[in-house]
Design a binder for this molecule. Structure first.
Ligand code: UDX
Length: 460
Protein backbone atom coordinates (compact mmCIF):
# COMPACT_ATOMS: atom_id res chain seq x y z
CA UNK A 1 0.00 0.00 0.00
CA UNK A 2 1.46 3.34 -1.04
CA UNK A 3 2.03 5.67 1.89
CA UNK A 4 0.26 9.06 1.98
CA UNK A 5 3.11 11.53 2.38
CA UNK A 6 3.13 13.51 5.59
CA UNK A 7 0.19 11.62 7.04
CA UNK A 8 1.22 10.19 10.30
CA UNK A 9 -1.39 9.15 12.82
CA UNK A 10 -0.47 8.88 16.48
CA UNK A 11 -2.46 6.47 18.60
CA UNK A 12 -2.67 6.19 22.35
CA UNK A 13 -4.44 3.00 23.53
CA UNK A 14 -5.51 2.16 27.05
CA UNK A 15 -3.20 -0.65 28.23
CA UNK A 16 -5.73 -3.48 28.54
CA UNK A 17 -6.23 -6.28 26.02
CA UNK A 18 -9.90 -5.38 25.43
CA UNK A 19 -8.88 -1.82 24.51
CA UNK A 20 -5.51 -2.51 22.92
CA UNK A 21 -6.80 -5.11 20.44
CA UNK A 22 -9.32 -2.79 18.75
CA UNK A 23 -6.79 0.10 18.69
CA UNK A 24 -4.25 -2.15 16.97
CA UNK A 25 -6.95 -3.30 14.55
CA UNK A 26 -7.75 0.35 13.77
CA UNK A 27 -4.02 1.01 13.30
CA UNK A 28 -3.99 -1.83 10.76
CA UNK A 29 -6.90 -0.27 8.89
CA UNK A 30 -5.20 3.16 8.76
CA UNK A 31 -1.95 1.57 7.65
CA UNK A 32 -3.82 -0.27 4.91
CA UNK A 33 -5.20 3.09 3.75
CA UNK A 34 -1.67 4.49 3.40
CA UNK A 35 -1.14 6.28 6.71
CA UNK A 36 1.93 5.74 8.82
CA UNK A 37 1.09 4.86 12.40
CA UNK A 38 2.98 5.53 15.60
CA UNK A 39 1.64 3.90 18.74
CA UNK A 40 2.52 5.63 21.98
CA UNK A 41 1.98 3.12 24.73
CA UNK A 42 2.35 3.00 28.47
CA UNK A 43 5.20 1.09 30.08
CA UNK A 44 2.47 -0.49 32.23
CA UNK A 45 1.14 -3.63 30.49
CA UNK A 46 2.92 -2.73 27.27
CA UNK A 47 2.18 -4.54 23.99
CA UNK A 48 4.66 -6.69 22.07
CA UNK A 49 5.88 -4.55 19.13
CA UNK A 50 7.37 -7.57 17.34
CA UNK A 51 3.84 -8.76 16.57
CA UNK A 52 3.09 -5.61 14.59
CA UNK A 53 6.06 -4.72 12.40
CA UNK A 54 4.10 -2.15 10.34
CA UNK A 55 3.82 0.34 13.19
CA UNK A 56 6.32 2.41 15.13
CA UNK A 57 6.04 1.85 18.88
CA UNK A 58 7.22 4.29 21.52
CA UNK A 59 7.10 3.49 25.22
CA UNK A 60 5.98 6.18 27.65
CA UNK A 61 7.50 5.77 31.11
CA UNK A 62 5.62 7.10 34.09
CA UNK A 63 8.33 6.96 36.71
CA UNK A 64 11.82 8.33 36.81
CA UNK A 65 14.85 6.15 37.30
CA UNK A 66 15.32 5.31 40.97
CA UNK A 67 11.64 5.94 41.81
CA UNK A 68 10.43 2.42 40.96
CA UNK A 69 9.94 1.58 44.65
CA UNK A 70 7.12 4.10 45.02
CA UNK A 71 5.44 3.02 41.80
CA UNK A 72 1.70 2.47 42.38
CA UNK A 73 1.52 0.48 39.14
CA UNK A 74 4.26 -2.06 39.66
CA UNK A 75 3.92 -5.77 40.31
CA UNK A 76 0.15 -5.91 40.39
CA UNK A 77 -2.21 -8.33 38.70
CA UNK A 78 -4.64 -6.25 36.69
CA UNK A 79 -7.59 -8.44 37.67
CA UNK A 80 -6.75 -8.16 41.36
CA UNK A 81 -7.05 -4.40 41.31
CA UNK A 82 -9.95 -2.06 41.72
CA UNK A 83 -10.41 -1.24 38.04
CA UNK A 84 -11.55 2.35 38.42
CA UNK A 85 -8.92 3.13 41.04
CA UNK A 86 -6.37 1.70 38.59
CA UNK A 87 -7.75 3.83 35.75
CA UNK A 88 -7.47 6.88 37.93
CA UNK A 89 -3.81 6.13 38.77
CA UNK A 90 -3.06 5.49 35.09
CA UNK A 91 -4.61 8.78 34.01
CA UNK A 92 -2.65 10.73 36.60
CA UNK A 93 0.63 8.90 36.08
CA UNK A 94 0.73 9.20 32.30
CA UNK A 95 -0.71 12.69 31.78
CA UNK A 96 2.55 14.65 31.83
CA UNK A 97 4.76 11.92 30.26
CA UNK A 98 2.21 11.61 27.44
CA UNK A 99 2.26 15.36 26.76
CA UNK A 100 6.04 15.24 26.50
CA UNK A 101 6.01 12.23 24.19
CA UNK A 102 3.35 13.76 21.96
CA UNK A 103 5.27 17.04 21.74
CA UNK A 104 8.43 15.10 20.81
CA UNK A 105 6.57 13.22 18.06
CA UNK A 106 5.04 16.38 16.65
CA UNK A 107 8.36 18.21 16.53
CA UNK A 108 9.99 15.20 14.90
CA UNK A 109 9.72 16.39 11.29
CA UNK A 110 6.97 14.25 9.77
CA UNK A 111 3.57 15.99 9.66
CA UNK A 112 1.19 14.51 12.21
CA UNK A 113 -2.36 14.65 10.94
CA UNK A 114 -4.15 13.53 14.10
CA UNK A 115 -4.10 11.78 17.43
CA UNK A 116 -6.46 8.87 18.13
CA UNK A 117 -6.85 8.21 21.85
CA UNK A 118 -8.96 5.72 23.77
CA UNK A 119 -12.13 7.42 25.06
CA UNK A 120 -11.26 6.58 28.67
CA UNK A 121 -8.16 8.81 28.63
CA UNK A 122 -10.68 11.68 28.64
CA UNK A 123 -10.25 15.44 28.47
CA UNK A 124 -6.53 15.58 29.29
CA UNK A 125 -5.88 14.21 25.83
CA UNK A 126 -7.75 17.10 24.25
CA UNK A 127 -5.65 19.58 26.20
CA UNK A 128 -2.46 17.76 25.17
CA UNK A 129 -3.52 17.69 21.51
CA UNK A 130 -4.46 21.37 21.53
CA UNK A 131 -1.08 22.29 23.05
CA UNK A 132 0.68 20.90 19.99
CA UNK A 133 -2.01 21.89 17.49
CA UNK A 134 -3.06 18.39 16.46
CA UNK A 135 -6.72 17.38 15.99
CA UNK A 136 -7.88 14.47 18.11
CA UNK A 137 -10.24 11.60 17.41
CA UNK A 138 -11.56 9.24 20.04
CA UNK A 139 -11.83 5.48 19.71
CA UNK A 140 -14.63 4.02 21.78
CA UNK A 141 -13.90 0.34 22.11
CA UNK A 142 -17.24 -0.72 23.59
CA UNK A 143 -20.71 -0.72 22.09
CA UNK A 144 -23.05 2.24 21.69
CA UNK A 145 -25.75 0.79 23.97
CA UNK A 146 -23.40 0.58 26.92
CA UNK A 147 -21.94 4.01 26.17
CA UNK A 148 -25.47 5.40 26.19
CA UNK A 149 -26.01 3.74 29.57
CA UNK A 150 -22.76 5.27 30.86
CA UNK A 151 -23.86 8.67 29.51
CA UNK A 152 -27.14 8.27 31.40
CA UNK A 153 -25.54 7.58 34.80
CA UNK A 154 -25.94 11.16 36.12
CA UNK A 155 -29.65 11.13 35.22
CA UNK A 156 -30.13 7.66 36.71
CA UNK A 157 -28.38 8.78 39.84
CA UNK A 158 -30.65 11.79 40.11
CA UNK A 159 -33.63 9.44 39.73
CA UNK A 160 -32.37 7.22 42.58
CA UNK A 161 -31.59 4.13 40.49
CA UNK A 162 -28.05 4.51 41.84
CA UNK A 163 -26.47 3.36 44.04
CA UNK A 164 -28.10 0.05 43.15
CA UNK A 165 -30.33 -1.33 45.89
CA UNK A 166 -30.63 -5.09 46.25
CA UNK A 167 -34.42 -4.84 46.51
CA UNK A 168 -34.63 -3.20 43.05
CA UNK A 169 -32.26 -5.40 41.05
CA UNK A 170 -34.97 -6.76 38.75
CA UNK A 171 -36.82 -3.46 38.28
CA UNK A 172 -36.86 -2.13 34.73
CA UNK A 173 -34.92 1.05 33.99
CA UNK A 174 -37.78 2.89 32.31
CA UNK A 175 -35.42 5.36 30.64
CA UNK A 176 -33.24 2.64 29.09
CA UNK A 177 -35.29 -0.33 27.89
CA UNK A 178 -34.69 -3.27 28.05
CA UNK A 179 -32.17 -2.74 30.87
CA UNK A 180 -32.95 -3.77 34.42
CA UNK A 181 -31.40 -2.06 37.42
CA UNK A 182 -28.90 -4.90 37.82
CA UNK A 183 -27.64 -4.29 34.25
CA UNK A 184 -26.47 -0.73 34.88
CA UNK A 185 -22.78 -0.37 33.99
CA UNK A 186 -21.37 0.08 37.46
CA UNK A 187 -18.65 -1.73 39.33
CA UNK A 188 -17.85 -2.61 42.93
CA UNK A 189 -15.25 -0.03 43.82
CA UNK A 190 -13.87 1.48 46.99
CA UNK A 191 -14.76 4.97 45.89
CA UNK A 192 -17.96 5.07 43.76
CA UNK A 193 -17.28 8.75 43.01
CA UNK A 194 -14.24 7.59 41.03
CA UNK A 195 -16.54 5.81 38.57
CA UNK A 196 -18.69 8.92 38.05
CA UNK A 197 -15.62 11.15 37.64
CA UNK A 198 -14.04 8.90 35.03
CA UNK A 199 -17.29 8.46 33.12
CA UNK A 200 -17.96 12.23 33.13
CA UNK A 201 -14.43 12.93 31.91
CA UNK A 202 -14.84 10.28 29.18
CA UNK A 203 -18.07 11.93 27.97
CA UNK A 204 -16.58 15.43 27.98
CA UNK A 205 -13.44 14.13 26.28
CA UNK A 206 -15.53 12.60 23.48
CA UNK A 207 -17.65 15.74 23.10
CA UNK A 208 -14.58 17.96 22.75
CA UNK A 209 -12.94 15.72 20.13
CA UNK A 210 -13.04 16.04 16.35
CA UNK A 211 -14.99 12.79 16.04
CA UNK A 212 -15.73 9.43 17.63
CA UNK A 213 -14.79 6.13 16.01
CA UNK A 214 -17.01 3.22 17.07
CA UNK A 215 -16.24 -0.46 17.02
CA UNK A 216 -19.82 -1.36 16.19
CA UNK A 217 -22.02 -1.48 13.09
CA UNK A 218 -25.20 0.37 12.27
CA UNK A 219 -27.42 -2.67 11.77
CA UNK A 220 -26.58 -3.75 15.32
CA UNK A 221 -26.98 -0.48 17.24
CA UNK A 222 -28.67 2.03 14.93
CA UNK A 223 -31.04 3.48 17.51
CA UNK A 224 -28.38 3.79 20.22
CA UNK A 225 -25.97 5.51 17.82
CA UNK A 226 -28.71 7.94 16.79
CA UNK A 227 -29.61 8.73 20.40
CA UNK A 228 -25.97 9.39 21.20
CA UNK A 229 -25.22 11.50 18.14
CA UNK A 230 -28.07 13.85 19.08
CA UNK A 231 -26.20 14.62 22.32
CA UNK A 232 -22.66 14.70 21.08
CA UNK A 233 -22.61 17.06 18.09
CA UNK A 234 -19.34 15.64 16.76
CA UNK A 235 -19.03 13.34 13.73
CA UNK A 236 -19.54 9.62 14.44
CA UNK A 237 -17.88 6.87 12.43
CA UNK A 238 -19.22 3.41 13.19
CA UNK A 239 -16.85 1.24 11.23
CA UNK A 240 -16.87 -2.05 13.13
CA UNK A 241 -16.40 -4.84 13.65
CA UNK A 242 -12.80 -3.67 13.39
CA UNK A 243 -11.28 -7.14 13.43
CA UNK A 244 -13.20 -8.10 10.29
CA UNK A 245 -12.09 -5.36 7.91
CA UNK A 246 -9.48 -7.58 6.44
CA UNK A 247 -8.50 -10.99 7.68
CA UNK A 248 -4.87 -10.27 6.81
CA UNK A 249 -4.61 -6.95 8.65
CA UNK A 250 -3.26 -8.45 11.82
CA UNK A 251 -0.19 -10.55 12.04
CA UNK A 252 -1.43 -13.12 14.53
CA UNK A 253 1.49 -15.34 15.31
CA UNK A 254 0.35 -18.90 15.86
CA UNK A 255 2.27 -20.67 18.59
CA UNK A 256 2.62 -24.27 19.74
CA UNK A 257 -0.35 -23.98 22.12
CA UNK A 258 -2.57 -22.66 19.31
CA UNK A 259 -1.69 -25.66 17.14
CA UNK A 260 -2.53 -27.99 20.03
CA UNK A 261 -5.94 -26.30 20.42
CA UNK A 262 -6.68 -26.49 16.69
CA UNK A 263 -5.71 -30.13 16.44
CA UNK A 264 -7.94 -30.92 19.48
CA UNK A 265 -10.83 -28.98 17.89
CA UNK A 266 -10.25 -30.79 14.59
CA UNK A 267 -11.09 -34.06 16.34
CA UNK A 268 -14.46 -32.84 17.67
CA UNK A 269 -17.83 -33.04 15.93
CA UNK A 270 -19.20 -29.95 14.19
CA UNK A 271 -20.79 -27.46 16.60
CA UNK A 272 -20.26 -29.77 19.58
CA UNK A 273 -17.74 -27.76 21.64
CA UNK A 274 -18.51 -25.15 24.31
CA UNK A 275 -15.75 -22.53 24.30
CA UNK A 276 -15.42 -20.90 27.74
CA UNK A 277 -13.51 -17.66 28.28
CA UNK A 278 -14.06 -14.64 30.48
CA UNK A 279 -11.71 -12.22 28.72
CA UNK A 280 -8.56 -10.59 30.02
CA UNK A 281 -9.67 -8.83 33.22
CA UNK A 282 -12.54 -10.69 34.93
CA UNK A 283 -11.71 -12.20 38.30
CA UNK A 284 -13.66 -14.71 40.39
CA UNK A 285 -13.45 -16.57 43.65
CA UNK A 286 -11.88 -20.00 43.85
CA UNK A 287 -15.26 -21.49 44.79
CA UNK A 288 -16.82 -20.17 41.56
CA UNK A 289 -13.92 -21.57 39.57
CA UNK A 290 -14.48 -25.03 41.05
CA UNK A 291 -18.24 -24.86 40.40
CA UNK A 292 -17.47 -24.10 36.75
CA UNK A 293 -15.03 -27.02 36.57
CA UNK A 294 -17.60 -29.51 37.91
CA UNK A 295 -20.48 -28.01 35.97
CA UNK A 296 -18.59 -28.31 32.70
CA UNK A 297 -17.51 -31.84 33.45
CA UNK A 298 -20.98 -32.94 34.46
CA UNK A 299 -22.55 -31.42 31.33
CA UNK A 300 -20.71 -34.12 29.36
CA UNK A 301 -20.20 -31.65 26.49
CA UNK A 302 -16.76 -31.26 24.96
CA UNK A 303 -15.32 -27.98 26.23
CA UNK A 304 -12.35 -25.71 25.65
CA UNK A 305 -11.78 -23.54 28.72
CA UNK A 306 -9.39 -20.59 29.02
CA UNK A 307 -8.05 -20.49 32.57
CA UNK A 308 -6.06 -17.27 32.46
CA UNK A 309 -3.40 -16.38 35.01
CA UNK A 310 -5.16 -14.08 37.48
CA UNK A 311 -8.68 -15.46 36.89
CA UNK A 312 -8.66 -16.17 40.61
CA UNK A 313 -6.16 -13.61 41.92
CA UNK A 314 -3.22 -15.13 43.75
CA UNK A 315 -4.18 -18.75 43.11
CA UNK A 316 -2.47 -21.24 40.81
CA UNK A 317 -5.68 -22.55 39.32
CA UNK A 318 -4.46 -25.70 37.69
CA UNK A 319 -3.04 -26.69 41.08
CA UNK A 320 -6.36 -25.95 42.73
CA UNK A 321 -8.32 -28.41 40.57
CA UNK A 322 -9.31 -31.41 42.67
CA UNK A 323 -7.08 -34.44 42.46
CA UNK A 324 -8.29 -36.67 39.61
CA UNK A 325 -10.29 -33.92 37.87
CA UNK A 326 -8.15 -33.81 34.74
CA UNK A 327 -8.21 -37.60 34.47
CA UNK A 328 -11.98 -37.58 34.89
CA UNK A 329 -12.51 -35.27 31.90
CA UNK A 330 -10.08 -37.19 29.71
CA UNK A 331 -10.22 -35.96 26.13
CA UNK A 332 -13.65 -34.45 26.58
CA UNK A 333 -12.26 -31.15 27.81
CA UNK A 334 -9.23 -29.02 27.15
CA UNK A 335 -7.92 -26.33 29.49
CA UNK A 336 -5.50 -23.67 28.24
CA UNK A 337 -4.00 -20.50 29.70
CA UNK A 338 -4.84 -18.39 26.65
CA UNK A 339 -6.28 -19.14 23.22
CA UNK A 340 -6.31 -17.47 19.86
CA UNK A 341 -9.98 -16.59 20.31
CA UNK A 342 -10.57 -15.43 16.74
CA UNK A 343 -9.36 -18.79 15.44
CA UNK A 344 -11.31 -20.74 18.04
CA UNK A 345 -14.62 -18.99 17.32
CA UNK A 346 -14.13 -19.52 13.59
CA UNK A 347 -13.57 -23.26 14.03
CA UNK A 348 -16.52 -25.41 12.81
CA UNK A 349 -16.37 -27.55 15.98
CA UNK A 350 -17.33 -24.62 18.23
CA UNK A 351 -21.09 -24.56 18.83
CA UNK A 352 -21.37 -22.27 21.84
CA UNK A 353 -19.41 -19.52 23.59
CA UNK A 354 -19.78 -19.12 27.34
CA UNK A 355 -18.56 -15.57 27.79
CA UNK A 356 -18.39 -12.63 30.20
CA UNK A 357 -19.74 -10.47 27.33
CA UNK A 358 -16.80 -8.11 26.96
CA UNK A 359 -17.53 -6.06 23.86
CA UNK A 360 -14.78 -7.64 21.75
CA UNK A 361 -15.94 -11.13 22.64
CA UNK A 362 -19.52 -10.10 21.88
CA UNK A 363 -18.64 -8.81 18.41
CA UNK A 364 -16.34 -11.73 17.70
CA UNK A 365 -19.06 -14.27 18.46
CA UNK A 366 -21.59 -12.34 16.37
CA UNK A 367 -19.18 -12.30 13.43
CA UNK A 368 -18.82 -16.06 13.54
CA UNK A 369 -22.50 -16.76 14.17
CA UNK A 370 -21.75 -18.50 17.49
CA UNK A 371 -24.54 -18.29 20.12
CA UNK A 372 -23.57 -17.37 23.66
CA UNK A 373 -24.16 -18.20 27.28
CA UNK A 374 -23.83 -14.84 29.02
CA UNK A 375 -22.25 -14.39 32.44
CA UNK A 376 -21.43 -10.68 32.72
CA UNK A 377 -19.08 -9.57 35.49
CA UNK A 378 -19.01 -5.78 35.47
CA UNK A 379 -19.52 -2.43 33.71
CA UNK A 380 -20.50 -2.64 30.02
CA UNK A 381 -20.65 -6.44 30.09
CA UNK A 382 -24.05 -6.38 31.80
CA UNK A 383 -25.53 -4.11 29.15
CA UNK A 384 -24.01 -6.23 26.39
CA UNK A 385 -25.46 -9.38 27.94
CA UNK A 386 -28.98 -7.90 28.16
CA UNK A 387 -28.80 -6.87 24.49
CA UNK A 388 -27.53 -10.32 23.46
CA UNK A 389 -30.38 -12.04 25.28
CA UNK A 390 -33.31 -9.67 24.74
CA UNK A 391 -32.59 -7.43 21.75
CA UNK A 392 -30.55 -9.54 19.34
CA UNK A 393 -31.80 -12.80 20.94
CA UNK A 394 -28.66 -14.79 20.22
CA UNK A 395 -27.79 -15.93 23.73
CA UNK A 396 -29.06 -16.99 27.13
CA UNK A 397 -28.24 -15.61 30.55
CA UNK A 398 -26.46 -17.55 33.28
CA UNK A 399 -26.11 -15.05 36.07
CA UNK A 400 -23.00 -15.13 38.18
CA UNK A 401 -25.05 -15.22 41.36
CA UNK A 402 -26.71 -18.45 40.14
CA UNK A 403 -23.55 -20.12 38.95
CA UNK A 404 -23.45 -23.39 40.89
CA UNK A 405 -22.42 -26.66 39.33
CA UNK A 406 -25.98 -27.97 38.87
CA UNK A 407 -27.18 -24.81 37.15
CA UNK A 408 -24.09 -24.77 34.95
CA UNK A 409 -24.56 -28.40 33.96
CA UNK A 410 -28.22 -27.77 33.14
CA UNK A 411 -27.67 -24.55 31.17
CA UNK A 412 -24.66 -25.83 29.22
CA UNK A 413 -26.23 -29.13 28.23
CA UNK A 414 -29.61 -27.67 27.30
CA UNK A 415 -28.03 -24.79 25.36
CA UNK A 416 -26.29 -27.28 23.10
CA UNK A 417 -29.57 -28.88 22.05
CA UNK A 418 -31.14 -27.26 19.01
CA UNK A 419 -34.71 -26.79 20.17
CA UNK A 420 -35.83 -25.34 16.87
CA UNK A 421 -36.56 -21.95 18.43
CA UNK A 422 -34.70 -20.05 15.73
CA UNK A 423 -31.72 -19.26 17.93
CA UNK A 424 -29.03 -20.47 15.57
CA UNK A 425 -30.83 -18.92 12.58
CA UNK A 426 -30.84 -15.53 14.32
CA UNK A 427 -27.09 -15.86 14.97
CA UNK A 428 -26.45 -16.55 11.30
CA UNK A 429 -28.71 -13.68 10.25
CA UNK A 430 -26.79 -11.29 12.52
CA UNK A 431 -23.48 -12.54 11.16
CA UNK A 432 -24.80 -11.82 7.65
CA UNK A 433 -25.80 -8.29 8.71
CA UNK A 434 -22.22 -7.73 9.90
CA UNK A 435 -20.88 -9.05 6.59
CA UNK A 436 -23.21 -6.74 4.65
CA UNK A 437 -22.12 -3.69 6.69
CA UNK A 438 -18.49 -4.54 6.00
CA UNK A 439 -19.04 -5.32 2.30
CA UNK A 440 -18.96 -2.97 -0.67
CA UNK A 441 -21.32 -0.05 -0.03
CA UNK A 442 -22.10 -1.38 3.43
CA UNK A 443 -22.43 1.18 6.24
CA UNK A 444 -19.11 0.33 7.94
CA UNK A 445 -17.21 0.50 4.64
CA UNK A 446 -18.85 3.81 3.71
CA UNK A 447 -18.20 5.22 7.17
CA UNK A 448 -14.56 4.20 6.92
CA UNK A 449 -14.25 6.11 3.63
CA UNK A 450 -15.80 9.13 5.36
CA UNK A 451 -13.37 8.75 8.27
CA UNK A 452 -10.35 8.71 5.94
CA UNK A 453 -11.66 11.81 4.13
CA UNK A 454 -12.21 13.49 7.51
CA UNK A 455 -8.67 12.71 8.65
CA UNK A 456 -7.18 13.95 5.38
CA UNK A 457 -9.17 17.18 5.67
CA UNK A 458 -7.23 18.02 8.88
CA UNK A 459 -4.16 18.58 6.75
CA UNK A 460 -5.67 21.25 4.52
C1 UDX B 1 -12.43 -5.22 28.74
C2 UDX B 1 -13.81 -5.20 29.39
O1 UDX B 1 -13.93 -6.19 30.34
C3 UDX B 1 -14.86 -5.26 28.35
O2 UDX B 1 -16.12 -5.32 28.95
C4 UDX B 1 -14.74 -4.06 27.48
O3 UDX B 1 -15.76 -4.10 26.51
C5 UDX B 1 -13.37 -4.02 26.86
O4 UDX B 1 -12.38 -4.10 27.86
P1 UDX B 1 -12.04 -7.90 28.33
O5 UDX B 1 -12.68 -8.17 29.63
O6 UDX B 1 -10.68 -8.39 28.15
O7 UDX B 1 -12.11 -6.35 27.96
O8 UDX B 1 -13.01 -8.57 27.25
P2 UDX B 1 -13.16 -8.43 25.68
O9 UDX B 1 -13.69 -7.09 25.31
O10 UDX B 1 -13.99 -9.56 25.25
O11 UDX B 1 -11.70 -8.54 25.10
C6 UDX B 1 -10.90 -9.67 25.22
C7 UDX B 1 -10.05 -9.83 24.00
O12 UDX B 1 -9.04 -10.78 24.27
C8 UDX B 1 -10.83 -10.28 22.79
O13 UDX B 1 -10.39 -9.61 21.64
C9 UDX B 1 -10.48 -11.76 22.68
O14 UDX B 1 -10.43 -12.24 21.37
C10 UDX B 1 -9.09 -11.81 23.30
N1 UDX B 1 -8.84 -13.11 23.95
C11 UDX B 1 -9.46 -13.42 25.12
C12 UDX B 1 -7.99 -13.99 23.36
O15 UDX B 1 -7.46 -13.73 22.27
N2 UDX B 1 -7.76 -15.17 23.98
C13 UDX B 1 -8.32 -15.52 25.14
O16 UDX B 1 -8.01 -16.62 25.62
C14 UDX B 1 -9.22 -14.62 25.74
Amino acid sequence: MEEIRGSKIIMFPLPFTGHLNPMIELAGIFHHRGFSVTILHTSFNSPDPSRHPHFTFRTIHHNKEGEEDQDPLSKREVSAMDLFALLSVLKQSYDEPFRQSLAAEVSGGETVCCLVSDAIWGTNMQAAAEEVGVPRLVLRTTGAASFYAFASLPLLRAKDYLPIQDSRLDDPVIELPPLKVKDLPTIVTKDPEELYRIVKDMMEGAKSSSGVIWNTFEDLERLELMNLSRNFQVPFFSIGPLHKHSEDLLSTKTNKEDYAVTSWLDKQDAKSVVYVSFGSVAAMKEKEFLEIAWGLRNSKQPFLWVVRHGLVPGVDLLESLPCGFMESIGNKGKIVKWANQLEVLAHPAVGMFWTHCGWNSTLESICDGVPTICTPFQTDQRVNARYIVEVWRVGIMLERSKMDKREIEQVVSSAMIDKGDGWRERCMALKERADICLGKDGSSSNNLDKLVTHVLSFDS
